[in-house]
Write a protein that binds this ligand. Sequence first.
Ligand SMILES: [Zn+2]
Length: 416
Amino acid sequence: MSEQKRSSLEIFRLKKLVEELESKEGKATELISQYVPPGRQISDAMTNLREEYGTSSNIKSKSTKKNVQDAIECIMQKLKLFKAPPPNGLVIFCGAIPRAGPGTEKMETFVIEPPEPISLYLYRCDARFYLDPIKDMLAEKDIYGLIVLDRSDATFALLKGRRLDVLETITSGAPSKHDAGGQSARRFQRLIEIAAHEFYKRVADHAEKDFLQIENLKGILIGGPGPTKNEFADGEFLHYQLQKKVLTVEDLGYTEEPGIHELIDKSAEALKNVDFLKDKKLVQNFLYLLAKSPNQVTYGEKDVRAKLEKGMVKSLLLSTDVETYRVKYKCQTCGNVKDGTFTKSQLLAKGGKENCDKCGGIMEEEDRKSIIEELAAMAEATNTKVEVVSIETDEGKMLLNSFGGIVAILRFTSHD
Ligand SMILES: [Zn+2]
């Protein structure tokens, strides 16, 4: 299996595209999804599409027939651009999408080279695009089960790519010193051992419930203060399928949720390719430079844009949750052009119009891009590395809330 990971920007773009495609609905069964796996001849797909075109002449509704046939032709035109499918195959979505009411449909086409090889060959005509195989590819595959335990409690969590879910904490009810009463020290010691054994069995039961059904669980991380975690890990209490996935047993200062975070930090080696840790490190590196060498970094849309224009940015960090748009307006009277950054609600209030500050005429919206797409495109044009960071980690939240979700590390120290 190829372990080559797609960049965070590629994944972000594909996720946004899938969201957009999911929202589209044809007015009838007339949206076409065509999957062509690698190794399949383009000519096979063409032959198949010609047959579908022929079959579609039986469609009763005139407008549906026309839309289906237009979409098939459109897909064939796109396929002609390829001699063979790309290494991961090719997916084309095409159909007439209504804009407002009936009669407002416009033909839309999307050509996707998937991030992983597709295995299915499929032609489907439906009221919606068929996206499941692409959504499966986007599903998080770096999944780890975390157990933090000491004598008194155990906490279970799941790390899924860039997301951490703390699932539950159970308590041991282990006897404490004052329960010893008049019993002999030896007998009391024996009771403690029995209680510990019972607790480990319960921890294993909860681990089985929380982790065993997870497909592609990559590993189990165990940690905690004191010798309890080792007794648990070495005693092979876990279901054998989970036991063999134990990657590391770490000594921790904390239990419960703080212990889970500590366990992630201490397991950096085992988790080095997991996005949760990658996101943390990217922001930590920026914060480190900000403190140590503040002229080597910049943040905020305006300053970052200015540095990008000069080609001064080495790497750009963008938060997935920056929700503003870069919009271009053009005056209908004097041709004056201006750009601005706005939120969705500001744009809604403007209704696609802006006043011209040169002639007082009316400017109309010409182009709209999300700020992430706009800055990422600028970065790519100047060979700047782009990382898109989620808000799942504390560092990711800080990137968004303290720095506007837009920061840059410069190629060299800047003095302007
Ligand atoms: Zn004007």
